[in-house]
Design a protein around this ligand. Structure first.
Ligand SMILES: Cc1cc2nc3c(=O)[nH]c(=O)nc-3n(C[C@H](O)[C@H](O)[C@H](O)COP(=O)(O)O)c2cc1C
Length: 328
């Protein structure tokens, strides 16, 4: 498959709580291919957050809301009450947010107990009210975007929700093609996107189970979308975005890369560790580095051996020395 010359493919880095913080956004966008990022969610109950919380969630606010390589970052809000969400959205925009993304897809029990995330997928009128209230609260030129799952327990819930989200004035809609009940179990039901497109004209971003270039091609064929969001696949192969964007170029790569290609991912790790130390602390860096190595070790014995050696180390000096010895 080739992208036609005129067809621009837009790729989004999925928000992942505890993973896609400033360091990860900075690193991944520097590798190329990512058109748009979203912060981890900021859970809104009944207060307006102090500015420090927005800056912590989105340090890019200090760099025109773009990563250092120039990729725009929207602030993601999660919650069930429209007024506090609107007030926090207003504040985020005053601080320089380029867009507000509303998350109705979060399956976490604590979030749903507190009336946010995926539990709202059963309440179309409340979703409408939240999106419209936030939309009306901030300037028209600032996008309000929405992320949903197909439904709470019934995928057909996506149709009414997509209509409501459109009528409330959202700029685009990302659909993680599974219900809350599906959790993260494959497959993702991409075919629902075609049905959603029959009921709304807003831009739909397809999300779920895009791990490789081949998955991207299949998802594109099934959905007819030009916009795609990738989450966990970015951790297994940080170059997946540029590989997709390069499909047309001469130096085309595929997901079927050889071991040298695979191990080039490893070369990112020491810089990532160092960036995490600077961002927070050594213990944070150790935890995040183990987390990422674990993902990279999927189907890769060489990386798995390195991960096995490093995962038992807790003392920063030992961890760092071993890391430098094993990866250079
Ligand atoms: C560890 C983790 C954290 C996540 N945190 C968020 C979040 O903060 N907000 C959100 O809308 N989705 C969140 N998601 C869902 C992802 O954005 C995405 O919709 C999901 O992983 C499916 O895409 P994928 O198959 O490409 O990973 C999270 C997923 C994971 C695995």
């Amino acid at each position: 498959m080739n992208h036609s010359d005129t067809e621009k493919i837009n790729l989004f880095l999925a928000p992942m709580e505890g993973v896609t913080d400033w360091v990860m956004r900075d690193l991944l966008t520097a590798l190329g291919g990512i058109d748009q990022c979203v912060t981890e969610f900021l859970r809104v109950t009944d207060t307006i957050y102090p500015d420090s919380v927005f800056y912590k969630n989105c340090p890019e606010l200090k760099t025109k809301s773009k990563t250092r390589s120039g990729t725009p970052v929207f602030i993601q809000l999660l919650g069930g009450q429209s007024e506090p969400l609107a007030l926090n959205a207003q504040r985020a925009v005053q601080l320089g947010a380029l867009g507000i993304d509303l998350n109705f897809g979060c399956p976490a029990k604590t979030v749903n107990r507190h009336d946010g995330g995926a539990s709202l997928l059963k309440c179309t009128d409340r979703i409408f009210n939240i999106v419209k209230t936030v939309r009306d609260a901030i300037p028209k030129n600032i996008p309000v975007t929405v992320k949903i799952r197909l439904g709470f327990d019934d995928p057909a819930q996506c149709l009414d929700n997509a209509v409501a989200i459109t009528e409330a004035g959202a700029t685009w809609l990302t659909v993680h093609c599974r219900t809350k009940t599906d959790g993260y179990r494959p497959p993702a039901y991409w075919e629902w996107i075609a049905k959603i497109k029959e009921v709304t004209k807003i831009k739909i971003i397809a999300n779920g189970e895009i791990w490789t270039v081949d998955d991207f091609k299949k998802c594109k064929d099934v959905t007819g979308c030009t916009d795609f969001m990738i989450g966990r696949g970015a951790l297994r192969n940080p170059y997946v975005f540029s590989e997709i964007q390069n499909l047309n170029s001469a130096e085309q790569t595929t997901s079927d890369f050889n071991s040298d290609e695979k191990n080039k991912n490893l070369k990112l790790i020491p810089g990532f560790y160092q960036a995490c130390v600077l961002f927070k602390s050594e213990s944070f860096a150790i935890a995040r580095t183990k987390q990422w190595l674990n993902q990279l070790s999927h189907n890769n014995e060489y990386v798995k051996n390195i991960f096995d050696e490093l995962k038992i180390l807790e003392i920063p000096a030992e961890f760092k020395n071993q890391l430098e010895e094993m990866i250079h």
